[in-house]
Design a protein around this ligand. Structure first.
Ligand SMILES: Nc1ncnc2c1ncn2[C@@H]1O[C@H](COP(=O)(O)OP(=O)(O)OP(=O)(O)O)[C@@H](O)[C@H]1O
Ligand SMILES: O=P(O)(O)OC[C@H]1O[C@](O)(CO)[C@@H](O)[C@@H]1O
Ligand SMILES: [Mg+2]
Length: 341
């Protein structure tokens, strides 16, 4: 059995641990399994850009950020779709593909599997917005990085008596903002799931200030004020034609300063949250996903992916990860909001 592995969509810490887990499990536990790496997501697949993946290629990589395979947001259906993928799999004698990616990658994998291709999945996203799984690797690391950054913003904020606005990732959901904001003791957490007014935000800033604190406001990039119809975007489109987000913190900061009279500074953490070494939690989760996905390939469970339920790795159909995002529930927001202001 020759298994191709690809990573697609935005990268995140832990991808290499999945790749290593899969290769080590396959090579040590089975005699007839070999692996090939597919470069740059679906792009490398349609271009037949593959290379053998053995133990030397995965040695020591679980602590390494990014993905040794490279990634892209290429849409395989724009480059020959099912026919081209079938052709490349035949040419390269690839029996099955492990697609490691988020909702978009898994949607593409589902369409290909529906046409008879042998594909299984591993869920990935720093945003933690996939509904089929309790946690995705990369999220814990991103929260840790964001929390450390906010701890730093608080000390400089305190020195100057300023309000600090920290913008984190989270295109459709506010999980990174909610967790890092709570961990750092933020005075408000602004998430895409809940539109909020400037009055409310400034109320929290004023009340923190009245208690002698230098306010910290955490905002997810996909957050919208109650006056906005779309998330803030000023950076054009991504490779899949979606607006690139980022910059809402810079938009909020001068408004907060003007309304409250408190000097305010914004910091956008951006891709720092996706780079560098994965946390121990993410390495373990990713390694377990990688090992488990080899089992579902050998069981020929095409159209399925591994997922985390509680502490168990389970198998679910691609559909479970599609169509519905795992948003922050109102109760989790309300719980965090008790500490605002
Ligand atoms: N519904 C779809 N059908 C087919 N292909 C899709 C679909 N949605 C997305 N894709 C393709 O899959 C690629 C990966 O999706 P996307 O860029 O959203 O990353 P992802 O896997 O969702 O990870 P993340 O968004 O968390 O970074 C897209 O760039 C696009 O080419
Ligand atoms: O790396 P890119 O293409 O700029 O994408 C950034 C997007 O990817 C994510 O990190 C994960 O989907 C989002 O939070 C963010 O909007
Ligand atoms: Mg996506």
């Amino acid at each position: 059995m020759k298994i191709g592995i690809l990573t697609s969509g935005g990268d995140c810490p832990g991808l290499n641990a999945v790749i290593r887990g899969a290769v080590l499990k396959g090579l040590t536990q089975h005699d007839d399994v070999e692996f090939v790496g597919i470069k740059n997501g679906w792009k490398g697949l349609v271009e037949a850009d593959v290379y053998p993946l053995g133990r030397p290629q995965v040695m020591g990589i679980s602590k390494q950020g990014g993905t040794i395979l490279g990634t892209s947001r290429t849409n395989p259906f724009e480059y020959g779709g099912v026919e081209r993928v079938r052709e490349v799999m035949a040419e390269t004698e690839m029996d099955a593909i492990v697609a490691i990616g988020g909702e978009g990658t898994l949607a593409a994998a589902k369409r290909l599997t529906d046409e008879g291709l042998q594909i299984v999945g591993v869920p990935k996203t720093v945003d933690n917005d996939l509904s089929a799984t309790d946690y995705t690797f990369g999220f814990d690391t991103a929260v840790q990085i964001a929390t450390e950054a906010m701890d730093r913003l608080r000390t400089t904020g305190d020195s100057h008596g300023r309000c600090m606005v920290a913008e984190v990732m989270g295109r459709h959901v506010g999980w990174i903002a909610l967790h890092s904001g709570m961990a750092a003791g933020a005075h408000a957490i602004l998430i895409p799931e809940r539109k909020t007014s400037m009055d409310e935000i400034c109320g929290w800033v004023d009340s923190a200030r009245a208690r002698g604190r230098s306010p910290l406001i955490v905002v997810a990039e996909g957050f919208q004020l109650d006056t906005m119809n779309d998330a803030h975007s000023e950076r054009g489109l991504d490779a899949f034609g979606r607006p690139r987000l980022g910059g809402i913190g810079d938009q909020l900061a001068p408004e907060i300063e003007e309304r409250t009279g408190i000097e305010t500074r914004a910091t956008t953490l951006g891709h720092i949250q996706r780079g560098g070494t994965p946390s121990a939690y993410d390495r373990v989760l990713a390694t377990r996903y990688g090992m488990a996905v080899v089992d579902i390939v050998l069981e020929e469970q095409w159209g399925k992916m591994v997922a985390l339920r509680g502490t168990q790795i389970v198998t679910v159909p691609f559909e479970d990860a599609l169509g519905r995002l795992k948003t922050v529930p109102q109760s989790r927001y309300d719980e965090a909001a008790i500490l605002f202001g």
